[in-house]
Design a protein around this ligand. Structure first.
Ligand code: SAH
Length: 394
């Protein structure tokens, strides 16, 4: 087996599992892209087994502290452990991220379960090369009706991989209904953005909706309407759901019928809508909503985009606060690991200064338990959310 000698200050020596190109002192044994390599320090001490891709910025990702091959046994064992974790923490869920990459010890492999359909992403070269063992292990352990390999993420380019989608097992079913937390969603694994549902948010719909009874709710960036539907079910006085995507708004309407709730689904740019409505509110128009939900896409693909992203985050918070009465609620989420909890709170606090209001923390949220956070890999923690109440004193 070939290997890499790691520089003394490399993050791997401080607990992380990634090796950047700049942290490699030497390569020995002519490893090929996608191979398993040994990691060693400069004193020839063994640090673990990693997958190797010299074409990526992250040239190696450690997946074991021992000598370990990527064989059928390995995939069967790690995937079984991942399934067992979900059975313990989210029993009976039919919408699940079954395998989440590093957090389950399989860097680059994502497996989402939509009832008996599995959607697989192989986002590292090594996973891409081992698709056969992966699908065999999934068939053995889960007996799915279909396995769809859906490699359509922009991050594939970083590994030098092409985007492509194919069926690895069974037949792709027509759209079907799956439920979670008492809500029904239409699922269409072959289409929809990122397979349609944001699994990391599923447990937050109900938690947010617990505050919605009697409220007039505006769900911005609603996608398929998770928050909006849960609020409508939770006894909201009225619900408006906004998304810029036409298929998303169609899905919201379909899901509203499925769940037998009434809501107003609007295809619009949320920035424009918030701007227009906050101006009306500032000009003394009657306030339409007393519960606003903000769950925008991650505006930050990388660190460089951070400043613009923070400006965007601040703007929508400021507008939302201007539209809310004292006692009104603001639930807000940020799904970028470049934005820390502290930074996110700071942006919200700055918006509150400009909106002349005081925020009282009601509840805090994170990603669902099927997206486990590893302490040594801060990148695994990316979803932060809060519900605030506008305290008296405006
Ligand atoms: N709350 C959703 C997830 C939101 S993901 C859920 O739990 O499922 C972000 C959504 O924002 C996507 O559906 C995308 O279509 C939408 N979006 C992106 N830019 C937008 C904009 N400017 N205005 C409104 N929606 C936008």
């Amino acid at each position: 087996m070939g290997g890499l000698i790691i520089a003394p200050k490399a993050r791997l020596l401080h607990g992380h599992d990634w090796v950047y190109g700049t942290e490699v002192r030497a390569v020995y044994g002519d490893p090929q892209p996608g191979d398993v390599v040994a990691l060693k320090d400069q004193r020839d001490r063994f640090l673990g087994s990693a997958i190797y891709n010299p074409h990526s910025q992250i040239v190696a990702r450690r997946f074991s502290r021992r000598r370990q091959a990527l064989d059928a046994d390995f995939f069967r064992r790690r995937i079984r452990q991942a399934i067992e974790l979900r059975e313990r923490r989210l029993p009976g869920e039919e919408l699940l991220r079954v395998v989440w990459s590093e957090s389950d010890g399989i860097p680059g492999l994502i497996v989402d379960r939509y009832r008996d359909v599995l959607v697989v992403q192989t986002l590292t070269l090594a996973m891409h090369l081992h698709e056969e063992e992966i699908t065999a292990a999934l068939c053995e352990l889960m007996q799915p009706r279909c396995i769809l390999v859906r490699n359509d993420s922009g991050i594939l380019a970083a590994e030098g991989l092409e985007q492509e989608t194919h069926i690895a097992h069974g037949d792709l079913p027509t759209p079907f209904v799956a439920s979670t937390g008492g809500l029904k969603f239409e699922v269409d694994p072959g289409h929809g953005q990122k397979t349609g549902l944001y699994l990391d948010q599923l447990s937050n719909y109900i938690r947010v909706a617990r505050h919605a009874a009697g409220k007039y709710v505006l769900d911005c960036f609603c996608n398929q309407g998770g928050f909006a539907l849960a609020c409508a079910r939770g006894g909201a006085g009225g619900v408006t759901a906004v998304d810029i995507s036409e298929p998303a708004i169609e899905a919201v309407r379909k899901n509203a019928r499925l769940n037998d709730v009434r809501l107003n689904a609007v295809e619009a740019n949320a920035f424009d809508l918030l701007k227009a409505e906050s101006e009306k509110a500032r000009n003394g128009a009657e306030l339409k909503w007393d519960f606003i939900i903000l769950d925008p896409p991650s505006f930050t693909r990388n660190r460089k985009a951070l400043t613009g992203a923070l400006r965007g985050y601040k703007e929508i918070h400021l507008r939302a606060m201007q539209m809310l009465p004292v006692g009104g609620l603001l639930a807000t989420f940020c799904c970028s690991h470049h934005v820390s909890r502290e930074l996110f709170l700071q942006v919200i606090a700055e918006a509150a200064v400009d909106a002349h209001c005081t925020l009282r923390l009601v509840e805090e949220y994170g990603q669902r338990a099927d997206h486990p956070v590893l302490l040594n890999l801060p990148e695994t923690s990316y979803l932060r959310g809060f519900t605030f109440e506008l305290a008296p004193g405006r």
